[in-house]
Write a protein that binds this ligand. Structure first.
Ligand code: MC0
Length: 147
């Protein structure tokens, strides 16, 4: 069951500059940052609020580390802006299977590793009204504590 907005992914060309915009304009601080080589991004997670199911909601700022990565290709075509939305679930495996059974393309056979040790998969934007949609199961509390 999808229980929250886990994050909104925002594509940017300059991560440090974008972090500074969100800090100086809204007062949001970086909760966590990392490079995800597989996904081809350098990212910063800004925590907006905790949620009742033990998870949280974030803004995820994404700078491509390769031009041919999904975010790099998307930036080239669309410029900076909202890249994807992500729903939180306690069971990404079960939810991706039930969504796949409804005819929506799930991009990964098995969930991969996302931000802060989470397990993630994506739904094809062409099957979701033009919205790239991610499903996320957070790591167990305490499994990732480098912030
Ligand atoms: C591409 N398309 C999008 C889109 N990206 N539509 C809406 N939102 C997006 N973000 C559209 C293109 O405009 C194009 O439409 C069509 O999909 C094919 O896109 P393409 O770039 O030409 O080619 P593909 O097929 O190679 O790539 C699209 C696909 C890819 C969605 C499969 O971007 C992908 O695998 N995305 C999932 C992984 C990802 O995005 N990772 C970065 C975030 P037209 O009409 O021109 O045909 S990593 C992340 O978020 C992690 C770290 C985390 O949360 O923890």
């Amino acid at each position: 069951m999808l229980t929250r907005i886990d994050h909104i992914g925002i594509a940017c060309r300059d991560l440090d500059k974008t972090v500074e915009f969100y800090r100086s304009t809204y007062g949001f601080e970086v909760f966590h940052s990392e490079v995800n080589e597989e996904q081809g991004v350098r990212e910063a997670m800004l925590k907006i609020n905790d949620t009742g199911d033990g998870g949280a909601s974030y803004l995820q700022l994404l700078e491509p580390i390769r031009e041919d990565s999904p975010v790099g290709k998307w930036l080239e075509k669309n410029g900076e802006g909202v890249h994807h939305i992500a729903f939180g679930t306690a069971d990404v495996d079960a939810d991706s299977e039930s969504i796949r059974a409804k005819g929506v393309r799930v991009l990964y056979e098995q969930p991969r590793i996302g931000s802060m040790g989470s397990r993630i998969t994506f739904l094809h934007p062409k099957d979701c009204g033009g919205v790239l949609t991610e499903l996320v199961t957070s790591a167990e509390p305490g499994a990732h504590e480098d912030h």
